[in-house]
Design a protein around this ligand. Structure first.
Ligand code: 8YV
Length: 317
């Protein structure tokens, strides 16, 4: 009998082609399953493929009596009770490789759009509203020559650093531990503590997972430590930021602007944030390209195939 994979989304499927011989794949008819259906269908599933908005909690894990693998569609796995899965002997994998360049690319796009005020100009011009065309009106800030502060210098942080170096930026970073000197040299990056990162960054970008330690990493005090000319970028996870504190910092001009791809209560975006003209918003779009999605599917499929064949998997628990 073929093993069963419960797909948490009606995926595009092109990247799952290699699974079709060995596995039976169960997809929702609509975009997503209802929770009741998940609790029912997971009883027979060997594998679950959730994504960011698919909460894989104790109840779901308990219902998965035959479940051996949760192959997450995404690098961040804060949607899964990973510790509980481990207790039940269920392996959890993620997709670090496929999300890497797309996420760094979007981060850089938002950074540029925020610094050079493309978001602001674009909204104004589309709505036929007034932009100050004067030589010295509605000025942006450059990236060239500026200091980029990276919190979390893992794979995505480094992919952002690579783009920043190519754009003539200086890099400082804060990480659990410093990178090997050889890698630091590659980006001409300087390891600093969190307070120095906040104080020295012209642009601050977060690249850490959502965990108990990173919850509200950026709050009232942290925004106050930033330069009034600084730009804040978040393409990691909304939970890293106290959104109300960010709004206050922007309204009180404690920082210059922000570029956000993720929010505390997605897909909800507070009205106050939407009203601020110095904030560029995007809808959790780091990997939102067709090519990106298919690459993620391929990485999910690779993890499933390798798991059952004893090959290498991107295991997180
Ligand atoms: C995805 C992401 O859009 O990989 C991640 O952690 O946040 C994004 O790439 C999301 O996970 C889809 O489930």
């Amino acid at each position: 009998m073929r093993k069963k994979i419960l797909m948490g989304h009606n995926f595009a499927r092109e990247g799952f082609s290699e699974l079709s011989d060995e596995f039976e794949m169960i997809y929702p008819d609509d975009r997503l399953f209802r929770r009741d259906d998940v609790l029912n269908l997971i009883r027979d599933a060997d594998v679950l493929v959730p994504n960011f908005s698919f909460r894989t909690d104790k109840e779901i894990i308990d219902a998965g009596k035959k479940l051996k693998l949760i192959s997450n569609f995404g690098v961040g796995y804060d949607n899964i009770d990973v510790a509980y899965a481990a207790q039940q002997g269920i392996v959890v994998t993620n997709t670090p490789q496929s999300v890497l360049e797309p996420t760094a690319e979007l981060c850089f796009a938002i950074m540029m759009a925020t610094a050079r005020r493309i978001g602001y100009y674009n909204t104004k011009l589309h709505n036929d509203e007034r932009v100050d065309w004067d030589l010295f009106g509605d000025l942006g800030v450059p990236l060239y020559g500026q200091t980029l502060g990276i919190y979390g210098m893992g794979r995505i942080g480094q992919a952002v650093a690579r783009r920043a170096v190519a754009s003539g930026m200086k890099i400082i970073y804060c990480n659990r531990k410093p990178l090997a000197e050889k890698i630091e040299r590659q980006y001409n990056a300087r390891y600093v503590d969190f307070d120095t990162l906040l104080a020295e960054a012209d642009i601050l970008s977060l690249h850490a997972p959502s965990t108990a330690e990173t919850f509200h990493l950026m709050g009232e005090q942290e925004f106050k430590k930033m330069k009034p000319s600084a730009i804040f970028i978040n393409t990691a996870r909304g939970a890293l930021v106290d959104e109300q504190a960010l709004i206050a910092a922007l309204e009180n001009k404690e920082i210059f602007a922000a570029g956000l791809d993720v929010y505390e209560h997605e897909p909800k975006i507070p009205d106050a944030l939407r009203r601020l003209e110095n904030v560029v918003l995007s809808p959790h779009a780091g990997t939102k390209t067709y090519a990106g999605r298919i690459e993620m599917e391929r990485e999910v499929a690779k993890n499933i195939i390798n798991f059952f064949n004893g090959g290498q998997v991107d295991r997180v628990n």
